[in-house]
Design a protein around this ligand. Sequence first.
Ligand SMILES: C[S@@+](CC[C@H](N)C(=O)[O-])C[C@H]1O[C@@H](n2cnc3c(N)ncnc32)[C@H](O)[C@@H]1O
Length: 438
Amino acid sequence: MRLVTARLLLRVLDRGASLSRLLPAGLAALAPRDRPLAQALLYGTLRRYHRYRPLLDRYLRRPPRPRDRLVAALLLIGFEQLAALDVPAHAAVHATVAAARLGGFPWAAGLVNAVLRRFQREGRETLERLAREDEEVAWNHPRWLIERLRADWPDHWQAILAGNDAPPPLVLRVNRTRSTPDAYRERLAASGIEARTLPAYPDALWLPDPVPVERLPGFESGLCSVQDGAAQLAAPLLDPQPGERVLDACAAPGGKTAHLLEKQPRLGHLLALDREAHRAREIERTLARLGLRAELRVADAGRPEAWWDGTPFDRILLDAPCSATGVIRRHPDIKVLRRATDLERLTETQDRLLEALWPLLRPGGRLLYCTCSVLRCENQARIAAFLARHPEARALPPRHPDGLTDATGMQMLPVRNPDRAPAPDGFYHALIEKEPQA
Ligand SMILES: C[S@@+](CC[C@H](N)C(=O)[O-])C[C@H]1O[C@@H](n2cnc3c(N)ncnc32)[C@H](O)[C@@H]1O
């Protein structure tokens, strides 16, 4: 199990694969009883990667050669077992040493044993010392992101960094075409699952003690979906009316597509696009489970000439590709996968999509731009620049108890409000209306 886990970890660290794409097949290769520990090891090691990585420099005489990277990965998951998981120390060391042998590195068995025993003896003090010397260790994030957050959110950056390392809450969206939050909460209670309504998120239920979705009554038949409260604001903000034509331009896996249809079952037409065919199939599965229908197309939203029939849309949702820096607590691999250099490409794409879709909106229509980013360059700066280029566009900045509203839109930060729980995902919403005479 540890060998398979270390190989999966290397695919994230060295080949830039994302955990959510790797895990289904990766875990299927393991015995069911081993899967929870493998998953916990992967998430935990990536969550604390910036803390553990400098230990390799300290404990190894020279950096591992490319062909020995698996040994480094085994050490990283060894640190996680000893520092954060409930695995007895001797079993953790023994099994990790055995995995080195099994993986074809018999020469490394002694090394893995010595390093993990040293970590067991002095790891805590070493980490404390490293944290005093190195901001990446202290904040457990890459330096570029710490610097960006400090510049973007001088009053909140520390809370954002801490929030990114907190366990993510399990929030459900109740399918309003089938049930209500109160009724579904009672069904959950009958199954022994506690749920609380969240007044600021009218379709949501929060499960203070998360359970696997398979335990949620009626999940497979579409009574509810898993979706953070912040993402549940998109459909009500876009607020499509009966009979309207709606475009969901970047729709996979279909969370917001489904919510739009649940909120407004009498929509005229909903076209859901995604550029990636395998992701578009997820929209199909989402809608089928929930008993909803939309027109689906695999297409580049930035090239409407290939898919638009020329009839304007009343509402457009642009849930743009972004750094996903608002959902690090759910996807800790983002800390190692994302680079500062990605931002230029992402912001160019965001501008390109906004420009390509704006002409498709009817005069008087509304476009909702959103991202799961907490970086101003992808959010406030994109919309400010768009508004400056388009005098016929008017911002209608949303307001919400968990949001920070400015002239462009509303930012949510993954930071717990002391009066409420849980903290929302980091998210940005900007609602823009096209002048009726445009
Ligand atoms: C943030 S995710 C969308 C999440 C989705 N709205 C939901 O609520 O479930 C962004 C999606 O945009 C898609 N995408 C990226 N560039 C695109 C483009 N040019 N045209 C269409 N889809 C695109 C990605 O494949 C990805 O599925």
